[in-house]
Design a protein around this ligand. Structure first.
Ligand SMILES: Nc1ncnc2c1ncn2[C@@H]1O[C@H](COP(=O)(O)OP(=O)(O)OP(=O)(O)O)[C@@H](O)[C@H]1O
Ligand SMILES: [Mg+2]
Length: 245
């Protein structure tokens, strides 16, 4: 483990993002108990806000990228990143805050990956392939295979966005390997496949704040189960409504 706890020390303002229940929950502190943590929750529940703030605290550009390089030049910290405290182990301090060239922390962010690729493909410490010559999912895996390996901190925001069913399974295997190699992953996701990783710590964000839960109690898993068993049940009302307008 590299980061064992996230907390907002003291009082926080009444402005965004401190109005989000999940962010408010960080005032009491949240302990990370396993090498892989998933943040799960509805759109707008605060997953990206928290992942970006962790990136800020770890010196990674919150738009995505790698710590310890000049491409890591961070802009102003996000409001949560300015106050968030990440408790680190000795290994975490070495790999996240240690000498620049020894740092190992990477933030894979779906929206900005291809922009990042234009700046860093072929450069030392990154990947050789030109992502524009690969499919969306192939490009993702080029980056994952090269950048997410061994001890280090890996932040991910919806990595499943580009991935097929089988590629999601492959990513579960990669996450498991990284955890065994001494790495730590904190990943925002909507994927019932990724969250099925055995031993992962699942935090569900919602109106009640942040609750630790298990895979088969996740709302997203329940919805997928019901939908796949009976898609009509979900679609009937929706399609009737749209055809009547
Ligand atoms: N700069 C900002 N100023 C004000 N509100 C913002 C800002 N950025 C995001 N928000 C709001 O904060 C809330 C949480 O956003 P966030 O991006 O963290 O959600 P999320 O859980 O990652 O959602 P998704 O699953 O859609 O990616 C949203 O309601 C969003 O509109
Ligand atoms: Mg998000």
């Amino acid at each position: 483990m590299l980061i064992t706890r996230l907390a907002i020390p003291g009082q926080s303002s009444g402005e965004w993002p401190f109005t989000l229940p999940a962010v408010r929950a960080l005032t009491g502190g949240v302990t990370l108990t396993a090498p892989v943590t998933f943040l799960v929750g509805e759109n707008g529940s605060g997953k990206s806000t928290i992942i970006e703030a962790i990136a800020d605290v770890c010196g990674i550009n919150s738009a995505g990228g790698k710590a310890g390089t000049r491409y890591a030049s961070t802009g102003p910290a996000t409001p949560l990143g300015e106050v968030l405290d990440a408790e680190m182990t000795a290994a975490g301090l070495r790999l996240i805050r240690g000498p620049r060239l020894k740092r190992s922390a990477f933030f894979l962010r779906a929206e900005t990956l291809f922009n990042l690729g234009q700046n860093v493909s072929g450069r030392y410490g990154f990947w050789d392939q030109d992502l524009t010559e690969q499919s969306h999912g192939e490009g993702f895996f080029t980056v994952l295979d090269r950048m997410v390996a061994g001890p280090g901190l890996y932040l991910m925001d919806e990595p499943e966005a580009a991935l097929s069913f089988h590629s999601c399974l492959r990513l579960v295997g990669l996450m498991d390997r990284v955890a065994r190699e001494g790495g730590q992953i904190i990943c925002a996701t909507h994927s019932p496949i990724l969250t099925s990783l055995p031993g992962a710590h699942i935090l569900e964000l919602g109106d009640d704040g942040i609750c630790a839960t298990e895979w088969d109690k996740l709302q997203v898993v329940d919805h997928w189960r019901r939908f796949l068993a009976k898609p009509d049940f979900y679609l009937r009302y929706l399609l009737d409504e749209s055809s009547s307008t």
